[in-house]
Design a protein around this ligand. Structure first.
Ligand SMILES: C[S@@+](CC[C@H](N)C(=O)[O-])C[C@H]1O[C@@H](n2cnc3c(N)ncnc32)[C@H](O)[C@@H]1O
Ligand SMILES: Nc1nc2[nH]cc(C(=O)O)c2c(=O)[nH]1
Ligand code: SF4
Ligand SMILES: [Mg+2]
Length: 237
């Protein structure tokens, strides 16, 4: 059984290497991290575990097929940490019907089914998160992924995050790098999500671009969270 927080879409992938691509999200419940600024605490905090549902791969697949009208697209696996769920059967089921699978993970847990992914997005956590991402754990995830395409995605709130990310990226010279400004969020409540401070997000993205340019870090991609610019902090988009 796979612990599911939500399944939604089609929407567009709002972040990183596949930005703009139509996708259906499968968000698993539960995470071995608890980042101070996590924008998906409803899939992390055990306070919300009553909203999570154990589902069979076939049940999840029926929902993805319904949402996508049976037309193959890229399924985005996210969470929580999807790596702590048994997702191999789901991936096999979908790929047999021509669907592709991308997964977002912080890179703390490696699984052999990573090798079946079409894309693994490793998103190690910089100092502002309060977490401790280790290069050795990322290397284990990469080894598990084998020949699967892998990229790095860093969330940057400040100069310390930037310097940390630059050093971490230097340890993995073969991987494409995506940088996105962090979106500060209050803890989730019962009401609607608050609107993002878009001018501030864009100002920090301009800062990030200046920072990358000054360092001549020309292999890095700097991107916004496009879904936040379009729909704010709403869930399910
Ligand atoms: C919610 S996480 C779930 C997958 C996995 N646990 C991880 O962190 O990669 C998906 C992506 O959102 C990013 N993210 C989470 N909170 C964010 C925030 N407040 N601002 C910008 N990006 C954020 C994470 O760094 C990660 O790249
Ligand atoms: N549109 C959209 N793009 C995303 N990219 C990564 C997301 C995530 O929460 O993992 C996300 C999300 O929640 N929505
Ligand atoms: S690792 Fe990902 S899901 Fe877990 S707390 Fe951090 S941002 Fe949220
Ligand atoms: Mg998100």
């Amino acid at each position: 059984m796979i612990r599911i927080s939500e399944i939604f879409g089609p929407t567009i992938q709002g972040e990183g290497a596949l930005i703009g691509q139509p996708t259906v999200f499968v968000r698993t419940g539960g995470c071995d991290f608890r980042c101070s600024w996590c924008d998906s605490l409803h899939a992390v905090d055990s306070r919300f575990r009553d909203d999570w549902r154990p589902m069979h791969a076939t049940e999840i697949w029926a929902e993805v097929t319904r949402l996508s009208g049976g037309v193959p697209l890229t399924v985005s696996l996210s969470g929580g940490n999807p790596a702590i769920q048994p997702l191999g059967d789901l991936i096999a089921l979908g790929q047999a019907q021509g669907y592709r699978f991308a997964m977002e993970t912080q890179g703390s847990v490696a699984r052999d089914w990573f090798a079946a992914l079409d894309l693994i997005v490793l998103s190690p956590k910089p100092p502002s998160s309060g977490m401790d991402s280790r290069a050795g754990d990322l290397a284990a995830c990469l080894a598990a992924a084998g020949a699967a395409r892998a990229v790095l995605k860093f969330v940057i709130f400040d100069e310390a995050d930037y310097l940390w990310s630059r050093a971490m990226a230097a340890s993995f010279p073969g991987l494409a790098v995506y940088l996105q400004p962090g979106n500060p969020l209050p803890p989730p409540g019962d009401g609607p999500e608050p609107d993002p401070d878009t001018p501030d997000l864009l100002a920090r993205m301009r800062w990030l671009i200046d920072r990358v340019a000054a360092d001549r870090w020309f292999s890095a991609h700097v991107l916004p969270q496009l879904h936040v610019l379009l729909w704010g902090n709403r869930r399910g988009v």
